[in-house]
Structure formats: structure tokens, C-alpha cells
Design a protein around this ligand. Structure first.
Ligand SMILES: [Zn+2]
Length: 446
């Protein structure tokens, strides 16, 4: 497809852009700590604190960056031609498991894909979700998610900073490597991400897939959006390990987990007990005695290796804060969630999704012979009730009819209720277990 001529980028603009971002970054590091970060503005410019990883097995780092690409990249962006605009913003379901009200809706937006490459984007979005959802506890809960691909049509194929820092591309979301001078930090225009994410039927979690083979990504954990998602993760499309960045970032956005890695220069933590579930000022024996934090998991074998205890260092502080295990994914990419992390993730899933899904509308009465089907995770139990009395022979049936539950002809007005409860051993906290149950009721027309 022929491309329009585009403005050349002056090298002087590159130097100016890097300097501006570096000044902003200087204000960021002092604000680090266990508490969450808010988006800030410095010199009138919107900024975000982002997390990045220098390699697939690396610990994270944080830096404050502009919410928009630098001038040298911004000025390369040209309007789409009419033909290319036609498909811009199209939404394709990649995974559909139920209504947006009942499911956790993941929105994948592509950057650096031309109009002709949108099928490639859909394949990349599908592959990225496969990689993310292969990690426990996602693997046992795939049915709780919908995944929507939103087409963002770019004039250029590929993204800025790939393969080298000087490469400038005209892309829909302005994503670029070498953000703040860091090769693996893949930044994006967060307003543009929101404008595309808002086109999906719902957005609980947003992943930007940038068309590139270079390893990289970022977590924008201070984003609170209009469409309702918290945080944005960016990942490169063709590097298989980049999905681990997104998994780690969902530890923050869905699991509300803290980082378990440390910066040596932070020294000893000076603050009060953090609210995060996976870092604590307390020793294991103090947790057990006070019955707080992850005391229910102490001594248990953790999927990331070793036994749950209180390991020194976490929440960026090498001393004064403890973490549950030696080396979970909240500390090092490519690892598993530890037991407290897994519990937090499952609870996070259920803050957005219901254990129970059914396509039978509850606002219309059932006929006696009408089939009522529900879908639940494998670890969930199902109970059926007629006017509040359980029909024990229907336990764990996922399809019934009012007749099979004993509703007789003329049983007009009787109420059928189904209740599902996830009995997973991954969640022990009774407060969180309340999220793991749900019910639906229907009237019978007789
Ligand atoms: Zn992190």
C-alpha cells in the first residue's frame, strides 16, 4: 500500500525531547515506596510513574515519564487516509464467555499495525492472551474472561525505537521503546489508549500490544480511566517473554499486590504497616500471633518454590519490610505467584467477574420444560433451589429444567434459584471468599 510522504525529523528535536523527560524523571524516584502513586504533572505536562524491566528475568524499576510521546515522535503522526480510517476502532471478540456484567473484560489495543495488518494484530492479541492466561491462577479461570481486540490503525508498521533508538514511526498510539532513554521501556500515549479502549463493550484490564520483536513493556499503574479499567500494561508483540510483564502488572491492577523487589539505596522502611496483602513490617511469628496479613499461608509450600514465611525485603525496601516467599513473580518476571499472591489474584478476578454465567435472562419467566444452563469454573459447586428449598439430586448439574427440579404443571410463580460457589483452596480469607459465590433466580410461568 502506498504511503504518504512524511515530515523528516530533525535530530535536534531528539536531544530536546530526551532532556525534557530526564528532568521529569528526577522528581519521581524520591516518591517511590509501598504506597500507590498518583499521576502527576510537572511543568504543566501530564506524567505517569511507570514500571519497566530490563530483561526477562529482571527486577522492575520505576521512572516518571510523560503521558505523551516526545515531540520527535508526536510530530511524525499524520491523519489516516479515508480508506484506512474505515476500519479504525473496529472491535473483534477474541474470547467471549458471557455478558460484560458477568465477566472480566480484557481489552487489547494494537499499535504499529497498518490497515492491512489488522489480521496480524488479532493473531498477536490471541497469542498474547494465551501466554498471559497460561500462568496460574489465570489457567484455571479462563472462563471468567472476555477478550476484545480493538483495531487502532497506524500509518506505519512497527513502532518507534525499534530496532534502534533513532527509528521514528507514525503509529496510532505513539508507542515507543527507549522511553526516558531506557531501551526496554515501552511507553505509550495514555489518552489515545483510553480513546480506543473505550470502544470495547467494557474494559476492566487494558493491554497494549506494540508490533515489535524487541523485548520490552511497561506498567502504568497510576492510571484510573473513564472506561473503568485501572492501569495499562504495554508489551511487544513478538517477544515471547514480554507477556510476563503484563502478568506482573496485573498483579498490581487486579491483585492490588505490591512489588516484592527492593532498591538497595532505600535502606530501612520508615512507615506504618502497609495495606498491601503481600508486604508487612511483621515477622512470621507476629503475623501468626496477631492473625493478620498472610498468616493463613505460613509454612505452606508455595508454587513459586519454598515455604511461605516472612522474607526480609519487599516494597522496594531491603530492610523493615518482609515478603511472603523468596522469589515470586512480584519480585522477578517469569516466576509464579506465591500463595498470598494467588489468593489476591483470584479475589481480583471475582471483583470483576461472577462465578456464575448463564445466557437465560432472569427478567422473563421460564416454561416448565425450558432448559436452564449455567457455566462455572471447574472448582465451583452448583446448588439448585425451588422456592428456597434445595433440590439435592440436581447438585452440580449445569443444565436443568423446572420440570426436572420437580416443578409440576400449574406451578405458576414458583421461583428457581441457582447458587454457585467456588470452593478453590487458593482463597482462604473469609472476607475474600464472599466474592466467590453468586446466585440467579427465575420465575416459572407454569
Ligand atoms: Zn511491579
Amino acid at each position: 500500500m502506498p504511503r504518504r510522504a512524511r515530515a523528516r525529523i530533525r535530530t535536534t528535536a531528539i536531544a530536546a525531547g530526551v532532556t525534557a523527560v530526564a528532568v521529569l524523571a528526577g522528581t519521581a524516584s524520591a516518591a517511590g515506596g509501598a504506597a500507590g502513586q498518583r499521576p502527576g504533572a510537572a511543568g504543566g505536562e501530564r506524567t505517569h510513574e511507570v514500571e519497566y524491566f530490563s530483561g526477562p528475568g529482571g527486577h522492575g524499576r520505576h521512572v516518571r515519564v510523560s503521558a505523551e510521546p516526545p515531540e520527535r515522535i508526536a510530530r511524525a503522526q499524520q491523519p489516516l487516509a479515508a480508506a484506512e480510517r474505515a476500519g479504525d476502532g473496529d472491535v473483534t471478540p477474541i474470547v467471549e464467555n458471557g455478558s460484560t456484567a458477568d465477566k472480566l473484560d480484557v481489552v487489547v489495543v494494537g499499535d504499529g499495525y497498518t490497515a492491512a495488518e489488522q489480521a496480524d494484530f488479532h493473531a498477536d492479541a490471541r497469542a498474547k492472551w494465551q501466554q498471559v492466561s497460561a500462568v496460574a491462577p489465570y489457567d484455571a479461570y479462563r472462563g471468567l474472561f472476555n477478550v476484545w481486540a480493538v483495531d487502532a490503525v497506524s500509518n506505519d508498521s512497527g513502532v518507534s525505537g525499534d530496532p534502534t533508538q533513532s527509528v521514528v514511526k507514525d503509529t496510532a498510539l505513539g508507542s515507543y521503546f527507549w522511553c526516558d532513554g531506557l531501551e526496554r521501556l515501552l511507553c505509550v500515549d495514555t489518552d489515545k489508549v483510553e480513546s480506543y479502549a473505550a470502544k470495547a463493550p467494557a474494559a476492566d484490564l487494558v493491554i497494549v500490544v506494540s508490533n515489535a520483536a524487541k523485548y520490552g513493556g511497561a506498567g502504568y499503574n497510576d492510571v484510573s480511566s473513564g472506561p473503568g479499567y485501572d492501569g495499562i500494561a504495554t508489551v511487544s508483540s513478538d517477544h515471547p517473554d514480554s507477556a510476563q510483564v503484563a502478568v506482573h502488572e496485573t498483579g498490581h491492577s487486579l491483585g492490588k499486590l505490591a512489588d516484592e523487589y527492593v532498591y538497595d539505596e532505600y535502606g530501612t522502611y520508615p512507615g506504618p504497616e502497609p495495606t498491601d496483602a503481600n508486604i508487612s513490617t511483621l515477622s512470621a511469628s507476629a503475623m501468626a500471633a496477631q492473625r493478620v496479613k498472610w498468616y493463613r499461608w505460613l509454612g505452606q509450600q508455595s508454587p513459586d518454590g519454598g515455604v511461605v514465611g516472612a522474607y526480609e525485603g519487599g516494597g522496594y525496601y531491603p530492610r523493615g519490610l518482609n515478603r511472603p516467599t523468596e522469589n515470586s513473580i512480584m519480585r522477578t518476571l517469569g516466576r509464579e505467584f506465591n500463595l498470598p499472591g494467588r489468593e489476591a489474584m483470584v479475589a481480583g478476578f471475582y471483583r470483576h467477574a461472577s462465578v456464575l454465567a448463564s445466557d437465560v435472562p432472569t427478567d422473563r419467566p421460564l416454561t416448565r420444560g425450558q432448559r436452564v444452563s449455567v457455566r462455572v469454573p471447574a472448582s465451583a459447586s452448583v446448588r439448585w433451589y425451588v422456592d428456597g428449598r434445595e433440590v439435592r439430586r440436581a447438585r452440580d448439574k449445569q443444565t436443568v429444567t423446572p420440570a426436572s427440579l420437580g416443578v409440576r404443571p400449574g406451578g405458576h410463580g414458583q421461583r428457581i434459584t441457582v447458587r454457585a460457589t467456588d470452593g478453590t483452596a487458593a482463597v482462604r480469607d473469609p472476607e475474600l471468599r464472599k466474592l466467590l459465590t453468586d446466585s440467579r433466580s427465575w420465575r416459572v410461568r407454569g
